[in-house]
Design a binder for this molecule. Structure first.
Ligand code: PEP
Ligand code: MG
Length: 617
């Protein structure tokens, strides 16, 4: 029995703390904007509007006396950028290929372009703009110029100019600096779009909430916000025009609402709600060391989705029993150049050591879509999510791919004689042929390592089910894998033909739709009949209403953001197999998403009302 007290079944402790204010927020003042609730919780703070190159939207100026110094800062940043590009080019040349490295030669020439430098210098010396603001202005000019051309060539050049400017800006300011704008306390980040590297740049800074104009429920920026427990609302139309840095903003990540400069009374209500959420999280966190067991004694495996070392540490803190999805692409996205085999080995070893029970499912590179690195395919595609991404991209660079496989096999060797705790998983599998190719590559890596006398361990090989073709034909694929992990974020977007990043089609990108429910039941059932271990690692695994249904379909292994582990543990402690199965039976007969959603809301209200605050609409 766990030493820590769990909020008991039927206990009113958390409910008492949450009830009074949650029901009082009906009367809202201030301008209210509606978007998509992408990360639950409530935040109140001062707006900080950022530009796409991650500098403040407001033009920052420098004192005339400091112009010379600012120009020097700019020159130094350019020198450092030039050195980065040279290093990057030579590393990509040796590890990936000279064609792939050509992009950096081009970026070096953009950096040396006298016209670009002259524009920046003029903006600093004549208009006294800071170097960052000057770079932003130049980027806006180029964007306006290139926007007139629909020519793909010029669009690509614009991406390169943007990349170069982002690199220079990175040297001018390593991270966000809200203090320069005299913002006190919590910051609410307001952006057109947040790409994964932005969220990572936030580091440990006190970002209380995030609001974006673009992005959907499972875009990677949303996933990162959720993993940090930061309330976020995405897909809010025209939000950049409606908010100025310094405005007081409320982010309601449960209902997808954003309030700008609300009155005092409304603010008090939301501040109280924010405290309630924090209290509830604290109460649930007391569950951390408890095992995850249903009300009728079924064991459930709660694993964590991680992107880096601090997530692995959070997974342990929050009481996950292992890592069910390590997204290795973030190692590449955040690395100054290309991590080679030894660097990858070092990173994987550290992740394994930090993860709960040293249990980690390492997913090979899943780049493309909204996660691009220039040296692995920079071409614009009409349909990037349906195109050259993920495993397809890895196959295109076999030596590079092999290096990652070798690094994973070597890192797993530390597992020693214990049960196999490290697994290797491949994303976006569509056909059995791909699995066969993967086995060929893994065998090749094993042979090479044996010849070289480098210690390694054979690991279980798994596939992600996130393409409908794989879901439909799952029975035909199970002979070629040791385990399966369902990637519902992609599976939903592909099944519903609705981009997970596009708020315009978010009404279609619905995990609670009959089509998704039936597909999940089919895959989980097929794996169960064959005895193939199956986990679900998409965001719905941490949505209470979906978790109940998955449990009823027979799923006993969930991989979720560390921040949600205590809540899902609490949920299962109220649930029985019989109840979940009956719910699934009813839901699978329903014909609309809204019917399923309403039914599950009622079900949750009966089952475990206190966690409602930590769920998104
Ligand atoms: C998924 O698609 O559900 C998944 C877990 O992978 P990612 O979100 O990284 O695409
Ligand atoms: Mg995916």
């Amino acid at each position: 029995m766990a030493a820590n007290p769990r909020p008991r079944r039927g206990s009113n402790e958390a409910t008492e703390k949450t009830r009074p204010v949650a029901t009082r927020a009906a009367r809202l003042s201030g301008k209210t904007h509606q978007g998509l609730a992408v990360s639950p919780g409530v935040a109140v703070g001062s707006a900080y509007c950022i530009h796409e190159v991650f500098v403040p939207n407001e033009a920052e100026t420098v004192e005339p006396a400091h112009v010379h110094q600012e120009l020097q800062r700019y020159e130094q940043a350019c020198e450092k950028t030039a050195a980065d590009l040279v290093a990057l080019r030579s590393k990509v040349e040796s590890q990936v290929g000279s064609d792939e490295a050509a992009i950096f030669r081009l970026q070096e020439s953009i950096l040396r372009d006298p016209a670009l430098a002259a524009k920046v210098r003029a903006a600093v010396s004549e208009d006294h703009l800071s170097a960052q603001a000057a770079l932003r202005r130049v980027l806006e000019e180029y964007s306006a110029l290139f926007a007139r051309s629909h020519d793909e060539f010029w669009q690509e050049r614009l991406s390169d100019v943007r990349d170069v400017i982002i690199r220079i800006t990175g040297h001018l300011s390593a991270a966000l600096k809200p203090s320069k704008l005299a913002i006190d306390g919590a910051v609410i980040l307001i952006a057109g779009e947040l790409v994964p590297s932005h969220v990572l740049t936030l580091g440990k800074r006190d970002v209380a909430g995030i609001v974006t104009q673009a992005g959907g429920r499972t875009s990677h920026a949303a996933i990162l916000a959720r993993s940090r427990g930061i309330p976020a609302v995405s897909g809010v139309p025209d939000i950049l025009q409606s908010i100025t840095t310094g405005d007081t903003v409320v982010v309601d990540g449960r209902e997808g609402r954003v309030l700008v400069n609300p009155d005092y009374e409304t603010l008090l209500v939301y501040r109280a709600m924010q405290r309630d959420v924090a209290n509830l999280r604290e109460t649930l966190a007391a569950n951390c060391s408890a095992k995850c067991i249903s009300a009728d004694g079924q064991k459930v495996q709660l694993l964590a989705n991680i992107s880096n070392l601090s997530d692995a540490q959070a997974a342990r803190r929050m009481g996950a029993s292992g890592v069910g999805l390590y997204r290795t692409e973030y190692l590449f996205l955040t690395h100054a150049d290309v991590p080679d085999e030894e660097e990858q080995l070092d990173a994987y070893r550290k992740i394994i050591a930090a993860s709960p029970n040293r249990k980690v499912t390492i997913r090979t590179l899943d780049l493309g879509g909204d996660k691009a690195i220039p040296y692995l395919g920079h071409n614009r595609e009409a349909n990037p999510f349906m195109g050259w991404r993920s495993i397809r991209l890895s196959f295109e660079h076999p030596e590079f791919f092999l290096t990652q496989i070798r690094a994973i096999l070597r890192a797993a060797a530390e597992d020693g004689s214990r049960r196999k705790q490290v697994q290797m998983m491949f994303p976006m599998i569509t056909m059995v042929e791909e699995l066969r190719k993967i086995h060929g590559m893994v065998n090749k890596a094993c042979k090479q390592l044996t010849t070289e006398g480098k210690p390694f361990a054979k690991v279980p090989i798994g596939m992600m089910v996130e393409v409908p073709a794989a879901a439909v034909a799952i029975e035909t694929m199970l002979d070629d894998v040791d385990f399966v992990s369902i990637g519902s974020n992609d599976l939903v977007q592909y099944l519903m033909a609705a981009d997970r990043d596009n708020p315009k089609v978010s009404h279609l990108c619905q995990p609670m739709s009959p089509a998704v429910m039936r597909t999940l039941a089919h895959v989980i059932g097929a794996c169960g009949r064959r005895g193939t271990p199956v986990t679900l690692c998409g965001e719905i695994a941490a949505m209470p209403r979906a978790a109940v249904l998955l449990f009823g379909m027979g799923l006993r292994s969930y991989s979720i953001s560390p921040a949600f582990v205590p809540m899902i543990k609490e949920l299962f402690s109220h649930l029985t197999v019989e109840r979940a199965q009956k719910t699934v039976e009813r839901v699978l007969k329903m014909r609309t998403t809204i019917e399923i959603t309403r039914h599950m809301q009622r079900e949750l209200n009966e089952l475990c009302p206190n966690i409602k605050m930590l769920d998104s609409e």
